[in-house]
Write a protein that binds this ligand. Sequence first.
Ligand SMILES: [Cu+2]
Length: 125
Amino acid sequence: MKKFITLLLLFGTIATLFTACATGGDTSNKPNTVHMKELVFSPTTITIHKGEKVNIVNDVTIAHIIANGTWQNNVPKVGKESGAPQINIQFTGNDSQEIGPFNTAGTFQFYCTVHPGMNLTVIVK
Ligand SMILES: [Cu+2]
């Protein structure tokens, strides 16, 4: 009986740990992570391999909307390069989401539709 209870406790601990990992918490240590501050991506350019995703972590309590395109002199230039994943993602604050996968090699531009000049370049090799 004592052995059974020990096993039960052990199982509960493992299940709790597994759940904590699976549901995220801090995702900033994932590979290919780009952070969002108030008005900028950090870094502004990231290089990844074909088939990978980019993990975007919003470090601030500010909403961002990420889409295909780029800011040029504070004018949004909307457009999706051939082979780019279609992206239109809303971040509400202190949240994170993945974009991709990027299955085509190339250079892909993304921008925050809310904040002029907030550009991200993803280079896929
Ligand atoms: Cu933004």
